[in-house]
Design a protein around this ligand. Structure first.
Ligand SMILES: [Fe+2]
Ligand SMILES: [Fe+2]
Length: 330
């Protein structure tokens, strides 16, 4: 399996590996078949930009670091319900969100790394909710690295899932952090810490953020974790950036937007090259990333010409020099 941009899709060579959902979260196209060109145009009209496919080159590759699709879709539904309740001034489904928080913590806990499903593989109407779920997944991974206590994990995940809930109620988007905070802090079942994550997730370590221009340790650790996860997922999901480029972008924010320590931990926890990516190596050959085992930044690769698989963690002189994009299956 691998993730390809929709323009790369070739219906003679590729089958859909994961279903495609419509905005009501119903399966529009099932996995295991090729996409008829008429449907492909329809997907493009829906602005779906990425597809998971099976093809000869990616055969045998699984992306175990990715949360199972049904779990991901259920999570998106729960977030959507919370946002809708906020917008309609109905009771927030707090219990459900808390249950989801624990479920996601468990999902993250049993994976060595987390690979995000870009929200742009979904119908537009669902992307904000997918973004919330992705932000929570990354936040949980980082929290584990930083040894956040088990007691606080749930509050952290709830805060990440609801960090943008202000968007459901604020008239102006720039007010969403403050309004999200005001909304959440009035709810007794929600920890004040979760509410502060909504308030502070756009603050920057150097004071250049918003809404209050807080600096350094004035920004709660959980809000910093949420902030970095939020920015990264926005690059992947909204910006359509490949993971290694998004990672470079994050590294460039080290010491300004985020603390040096936080960025360092982020790099250690989030893989830059995900299974199924086709890469160019410094020896001039092309390969496909097959799995991530011991080193997140040095995965296993399979040469496209010979089919031989090697671990980059063991072959120190072989380096990935770039991602091959838009070449179809050639
Ligand atoms: Fe936000
Ligand atoms: Fe966000």
């Amino acid at each position: 399996m691998r993730l390809v941009s929709i323009d790369e899709y070739n219906h003679n060579l590729m089958q859909l590996a994961k279903p495609i959902y419509d905005k009501q979260r119903r399966i529009l196209l099932a996995a295991g078949r090729s996409i008829h060109p008429v449907y492909l145009d329809r997907l493009k009209e829906m602005d779906i930009r990425y597809l998971f496919v099976e093809d000869a080159e990616s055969s045998g590759i699984t992306i175990d670091e990715m949360v199972d699709f049904p779990t991901w879709i259920d999570a998106i539904e729960t977030v959507q319900r919370a946002f809708r309740a906020a917008a309609n001034k109905e009771e927030l489904p707090v219990r459900e969100v808390q249950k989801l928080a624990l479920k996601l913590a468990e999902e993250v806990g049993r994976r060595k790394a987390i690979v995000l499903v870009p929200a742009s593989s979904l119908a537009e109407e669902l992307r904000d909710f997918a973004h919330a779920v992705n932000t929570a997944l990354l936040s949980l991974k980082l929290a584990k690295k930083r040894q956040v206590s088990q007691m606080q994990i749930r509050d952290l995940a709830v805060g990440a899932l609801l960090h943008d809930i202000g968007k459901a109620i604020a008239e102006k988007e720039e007010d969403h952090a403050k309004e999200g905070f005001e909304f959440l802090r009035k709810r007794r079942e929600i920890s004040l810490l979760s509410a502060h994550m909504a308030y502070q997730h756009h603050e920057h370590a150097d004071g250049s953020g918003s809404p209050r221009g807080l600096e350094g340790s004035q920004i709660h650790e959980f809000a910093q974790i949420c902030g970095i996860s939020n920015m990264y997922d926005n690059l992947i999901s909204k910006g359509g950036m490949p993971p290694h480029e998004a990672m470079e972008y994050m590294m460039a924010k080290s010491g300004t937007v985020f603390t040096v320590e936080l960025v360092k931990q982020f790099v250690q926890e989030v893989p830059s090259y995900i299974p199924g990516s086709k890469v160019r190596l410094n020896n001039g050959r092309k390969a496909i990333v097959t799995k991530i085992l011991n080193s997140l930044q040095r995965p296993f690769i399979r040469y496209l010409d010979t089919g031989v698989e090697i671990s980059l963690a063991e072959h120190h002189t072989v380096l990935i020099s770039g991602i091959i994009e838009g070449e179809g299956s050639s």
